[in-house]
Design a binder for this molecule. Sequence first.
Ligand code: HMG
Ligand code: MG
Length: 300
Amino acid sequence: SLPRRVRVVEVGPRDGLQNEKGQVPTAQKIRFIEQLAEAGLPVVEATSFVSPRAIPQLSDASEVMSSLTRLPGTEYPVLVPNMKGMERALAAGVRSIAVFTAASESFTRHNINATIAESLANFRPVVEAAQREQIPVRGYISTVFGCPYEGEVKPEQTLEVALRLLDMGISELSLGDTIGVATPDQVVTVIDLLVTKGRIPLEKLAVHFHDTRGTALANVLTALQLGISTVDSAAGGLGGCPYAPGAAGNLATEDLLYMLHGLGIETGVNLEKVVAATRSIAPFLGHPPTSKYYQAATAL
Ligand code: HMG
Ligand code: MG
């Protein structure tokens, strides 16, 4: 059976804009985040407090978070890899964060210049600081369904990282198909392992599919049937990871909402307002948005 309600986590301003070639003006990013919140998205991941050398596109994170007009019911998490990022985030008024590691060693090395174990050690003081401030922490696990450097990734590797993150007190795990290779059978295998062997409550799991090979919606539907009710997506289908060569954008929020609403699943999000947000950011990207729903709505 399917959940009655799904919580959509919008990652376009972070996962999307981190991978755009051109520099989107700061004021435009802020407007984009505000429009997405006004569309009713409960969570809008806004930016990353990472090394500006690693991700120059998001080097204005402090300015974005300080200048943003926040809606009372909306969460605006940011990515934080280490204490330096945590200090910058707190100074900018951040009240929700995400740490990020992976199920495969080579991707972790390329992405955050650490082993998986080192990355977890770096998160510990970050999570402790967040707990002192009563700030919720999400944990991303990348390359769950395949790695750009190693290929196949064993589901047991994801289980091990997942349990370590939860041990630390992290409240939600997002399972990342970083390069968009997953097929629904893999979704069943991984989630089943986490829930039955790992005894991880379904409420603590979210899914995060990049749509490189067109399987993202099928994977989401499979996850919903297994009882997952938190799904990540990016307005317009923006996104990708600069350290995952060839990876396309996230599943588009518009395409996800169209399917969910068609299935009678509530989200609290206004689809046409998401289209409007994508339309306002589109001129600042070097390419047309890839969302199918957006393209259909724009052609009509
Ligand atoms: P490093 O070079 O090992 O770090 O990078 P370091 O501690 O040696 O520091 C090097 C320099 O960076 C120093 O500056 C630090 O101060 C500075 P210098 O003294 O040379 O002038 N620095 C920072 N500056 C600002 N904010 C910080 C910060 N930390 C260090 N937080 C590091 C390690 C983790 C910092 C780097 O590799 C990094 O920032 N990586 C981020 C990569 C990234 O953002 N990737 C994309 C997000 S993950 C993703 O997209 C996947 C996801 O969507 C899920 C999925 O799809 O699978 C989440
Ligand atoms: Mg991603």
